[in-house]
Unconditional design. Sequence first.
Length: 342
Amino acid sequence: MSERRTFEFLNVMRFVSALWVVLSHLGAPPLDSLASGTNAELIRKALIAPFSGVAAVMVFFVISGFCIHYAHMVGTRFDAVSFYLRRFTRIGLPLLVAVALHQWWGTERWLKNVLWSVYCELIYYAAYPALRMAMARVGALPVAIIALAISWLFCLQSDEGFGHITAYGNAWTWLVCLPTWLGGCALAEWVAGVRVEPCYARSVSGWTERHLVMARWAVWAASSILLILGMKEILPFKYSLPVFGLFMVPWFMAEMRRPDVITWMGKLGAGGYSIYLMHSVSQPQEGRHLFDSLHPLLGWILRMMVAAIVSAAFYMVVERPSHMLARLLGGWWRKKSISTEP
């Protein structure tokens, strides 16, 4: 069992993934507005594929599964009540405040574009004690493979959502994405040293910086290709993205073997949840179209500025205090349960 440590790479990926979601929802810089005719149309189409928001959410799921499971793989005694207090406070309070703010501002319909993944997280937290028992018996990777088989069998049902990851609504999206979240749990077991890594995961131990750069480009290219195939309904997201999530796990492991280096992206990644929840405040409000009368490029820049300012303020005023409260509540219950033990 390894010594517990933090992983700067995860914070970097939180920021990158949040930025990808923002660019997916607000759109890439409208450079087509600077061209005309056929060139403008080609530029517009070219700017769609590089930013797959749904693939970025798969990254969030891997990170979430890792962080939840890793803490209990390196010596932290698991206590279900303390776990629930910490996790539901940490994610629930910012969620409630965000919903209220979006309703007040008139952008709640844009918030719905991200809520499906938050609901998945809540379900994973609720199910974690049971999943943890299963993983303790056979390991997280076998459980993830079983979950993938169940997910695919479930997705054989017809849907009216064009094969999107949310094709079956909030009630079942968690099942479709569960293999990816469990992939993060498998990564936690390998990094902590409580499970023997499979051969394909061990092979990354010798990766150089050149290999890592190639892997980053490969992951980005795969996300773009899957986005195009999904939009064309050639390969539905409901089949491809859970596999994409598992495909990223060995790459994550290679990145996490490197020494931690503090970067500006890692610092911004601490507020990834705030960016995720609040970036859509710069979208058109109900009955009002802020920035729509401006030049598209200027309007885009102002939208990004508003999203950044609001997200930063939300992190400082809401998310960060929620983290502190979650730690206090979890620690309070843990001390209470220890003091009452016979």
